[in-house]
Design a protein around this ligand. Structure first.
Ligand code: EZ4
Ligand code: CO
Length: 412
C-alpha cells in the first residue's frame, strides 16, 4: 500500500475548505481536512511544497511513523499551519486504513464506547426575543444542548451573533454563526468588556426562566477577558448552571486559568486554537479545565488528539471537540470517530454545513434526536467529489478583529 498520488483540493462551496487526497498504488483513496480559517493558503503551500513530495512512495499503513517523521523531521515544530498539515495526512491515512480493513475508523480505534455523540448547536440573537426564537428552532432541530450568545447594548457587531452582513457575504447561506467574511480585509468589530460582563448574567437568567433548569447551556467568551474578569464572569454565571464557559482568557498563558479556577465552579473549556499536547501540559496536570476544545483538524489529527485526550482522561477531563463550520465534513467525521471510541467523551459541537458543501463532501454520518454517529462506511465515511469541488474556487475571506472605543486593537 504505497502512496503514489497526493493532491491538495481547495474549494469554496459556502466557505473555503482545504482537503488533502491521497491515493495508493492499489487504488485506495483517503482524505484529510487541512482547513485553517482565514489562513487557508498557508496550509496549501505547506502541504504542496513540503509535505506532498515526502509522502510519495511511503507505506500508507505506517500512520504513526509518518506522523513522527513529519513532526520531527521538519525541525520547526508545532504551530497551526504545520499541525493542520500533519492532521490532514493523519486523517487521510486513517481513512485509507479503514477502507483497507473494510471497517469504519472508530472500530480501528477500539470500537464504540457509546451509542451516539451528544452535540450542541449555536443559538444567537441580538436581543432576547431573537435569542429565544433561535433556541426554540435548535430544539426543533433536535439539539439537546445549546450555546447561547447575544448582542451587548452599545456594541454594533459582536462575536457569536449571526448577522445579515454575514449572510450577504456568504451569498445568503444561513449559518447560525460564521465569523469569517469574504473580502480583501478583515471586518472590524467593537468590544467593551465591562458592558459585556454587566449584560451576560441577565441573559442567562432570562434563558433559564424561559427554558427551565434541565437544558445544558454553553457560552463562549472568545479569549477577551483578563483572569480577574474571567473569574468574575464565572462567579456571576454560577446560578445558571452552565455546561461550560469557553475560552475566558487568551489561551497562550496557561497559568491565567489558575486564578480563574480559584474563584469559580463554573466548568471551563479551552483549546480550539491549541495545536499540540504541550499547549495543554500545565492546565491538564493542574486540573484547570474541564473540557478539551481541540479539533482533530488543528491538533495533528486523530493520532495526536487521542494522546491529548488520554492524558486528559487521567484527570477526569473530557472532550469537547471544536466543530464550527470551518471544520470541513472530513474533519467533523474524524471528530465523530474519535469521540465515539474514547471513554472520556464530553460533548461535540455541531453546526450544519450548507447545501453546496454537502454536495462536495458526501457524508454518511447520522443526526438522530440530538446525537451524532459517524456511520459504518469503511474509513471516515466521507467522499470528496473533486468535479463538484472544482466548481467553487477559493474566495479570500478573513476572520474579523476587534477595537476598543479608544481604538486599541483587542483580542477577537
Ligand atoms: O471563532 O471557528 O467555539 N467556536 C468558536 C468559533 C471560532 C471560529 C474561528 O475560525 O469560537 O466560532
Ligand atoms: Co470557541
Amino acid at each position: 500500500m504505497i502512496i503514489d498520488k497526493a493532491e491538495v483540493v481547495v474549494t469554496s462551496p459556502d466557505r473555503n475548505f482545504v482537503t488533502l487526497k491521497l491515493t495508493t498504488d492499489d487504488g485506495l483513496t483517503g482524505i484529510g481536512d487541512a482547513t485553517l480559517n482565514g489562513r487557508e493558503l498557508a496550509v496549501v503551500s505547506y502541504l504542496t511544497e513540503h509535505v506532498v513530495p515526502l509522502l510519495l512512495g511511503r507505506d500508507a499503513h505506517r500512520i504513526e511513523d509518518t506522523w513522527q517523521f513529519l513532526y520531527r523531521s521538519a525541525y520547526w515544530r508545532r504551530g497551526p499551519v504545520t499541525m493542520a498539515a500533519i492532521a490532514a495526512v493523519d486523517m487521510a491515512l486513517w481513512d485509507i486504513k479503514g477502507k483497507a480493513a473494510g471497517m469504519p475508523v472508530y472500530q480501528l480505534l477500539g470500537g464504540a464506547s457509546r451509542n451516539g455523540l451528544l452535540a450542541y448547536g449555536h443559538a444567537s440573537g441580538k436581543d432576547l426575543p431573537e435569542l429565544f426564537d433561535s433556541v426554540r428552532s435548535h430544539q426543533e432541530q433536535g439539539y439537546r444542548a445549546i450555546r447561547i450568545q447575544t448582542g451587548v447594548p452599545g456594541l454594533k457587531s459582536i462575536y457569536g451573533i449571526a448577522s445579515n452582513a454575514t449572510y450577504e457575504a456568504m451569498d445568503g447561506v444561513r449559518y447560525d454563526h460564521e465569523p469569517a467574511q469574504r473580502g480583501a480585509r478583515p471586518a472590524e468589530e467593537d468590544w467593551d468588556t465591562r458592558s459585556y460582563l454587566r449584560h451576560v448574567p441577565g441573559v442567562f437568567e432570562a434563558v433559564r426562566n424561559e427554558f427551565g433548569p434541565e437544558l445544558p447551556l454553553l457560552h463562549d467568551a472568545h479569549h477577551r477577558l483578563t483572569p480577574i474578569q474571567a473569574a468574575q464572569l464565572g462567579k456571576s454565571l454560577e446560578p445558571y448552571d452552565l455546561f461550560w464557559l469557553e475560552d475566558v482568557t487568551p489561551a497562550e498563558n496557561q497559568e491565567a486559568l489558575r486564578l480563574v479556577r480559584q474563584h469559580t465552579t463554573t466548568p471551563l473549556a479551552i483549546g480550539e486554537i491549541f495545536n499540540t499536547v504541550w499547549d495543554y501540559q500545565q492546565i491538564i496536570r493542574e486540573q484547570l479545565i474541564d473540557y478539551v476544545r481541540s479539533a482533530v483538524t488543528h491538533t495533528g489529527g486523530i493520532s495526536h488528539l487521542r494522546r491529548v485526550l488520554d492524558y486528559a482522561a487521567q484527570y477526569q477531563i473530557k472532550s469537547g471537540m471544536h466543530g464550527p463550520t470551518d471544520i470541513s465534513p472530513v474533519g467533523m467525521a474524524a471528530a465523530m470517530h474519535l469521540g465515539l471510541s474514547i471513554h472520556n467523551f464530553g460533548i461535540q459541537e455541531y453546526m450544519k454545513h450548507g447545501a453546496k458543501t454537502d454536495e462536495v463532501f458526501r457524508q454518511s454520518f447520522t443526526w438522530t434526536d440530538g446525537f451524532l454517529h459517524p456511520g459504518d462506511a469503511p474509513g471516515l465515511g466521507v467522499e470528496l467529489d473533486v468535479d463538484e469541488a472544482g466548481k467553487y474556487p477559493y474566495v479570500q475571506a478573513y476572520l474579523p478583529f476587534n477595537r476598543l472605543a479608544d481604538g486599541t486593537v483587542h483580542d477577537w
